[in-house]
Design a protein around this ligand. Sequence first.
Ligand SMILES: C[S@@+](CC[C@H](N)C(=O)[O-])C[C@H]1O[C@@H](n2cnc3c(N)ncnc32)[C@H](O)[C@@H]1O
Length: 250
Amino acid sequence: MSNAHEWIQRWDTQQERYIERREERFTVIGDVLEEVGPAEPKILDLCCGPGSLGSRLAARFPRAHVTGVDFDPVLLGLARTAHAGDPRRAWVETDLRHAGWWKEARLSPGFDAVVSTTALHWLSGAELTRVYRELAGLLRPGGVLMNGDHVAPAWEEPRLARIAKARRDLVQRDADARGSDTWEAWWEEISGDSAFTELWQERRRRFGDRHGEEPITLDFHLAALRQAGFVEANVVWQRWDDVVMAALVQ
Ligand SMILES: C[S@@+](CC[C@H](N)C(=O)[O-])C[C@H]1O[C@@H](n2cnc3c(N)ncnc32)[C@H](O)[C@@H]1O
């Protein structure tokens, strides 16, 4: 898997087709973290994929320690290979759909920050509510959770939803014109790389065709965060229906 860095670069380009200002999102997450501190943050990157967000934070906070959590063997395989030998990075394989996943994963409370991008929409509303509660318990007092993701537009505002969709479609057409991978094409290509055959087959067993679940609105997220015990929860960045939420524990 010597070409892990190349696959991750292609992953990032592929993701940018769906998240117009992905790097800006990562930067905002770092900005909040810089304010919350400390300078040596202990970070949990939830649903880390191949580790893109954790890499941006590790570059910005050289004394950070970032634990990436995911259930996808291919993406974790890429992350582990690309960052092998970096003592600031750790990887944990676990399925957030199982209550108590963090205990199985042998994680201990005390994180300064939990961060996540483009991932929690894979969970159902009930799973998300439970995961938020678990995360509130994993953070140290005063710690922060940040979640960057598309949220479902309020269905009673169909015209605003159409505007957001039209702008996202435009970004995708630009990506087509540049010849960048779609999600499907990226997976198709990596499945043809013999270095990934076994991991890819394991991925098929775990995920099947599952991708994203029920639409969850911003209001739902914010209410679930407060219910979970976060004392402040709000949007700190937004681009159409793509938001970064930040929530603080007492
Ligand atoms: C679109 S990717 C985003 C990856 C990365 N955060 C990024 O921004 O590039 C969604 C990630 O969520 C992970 N994921 C989805 N459901 C999960 C679950 N139940 N437990 C753990 N990870 C999950 C997937 O494996 C995938 O890596």
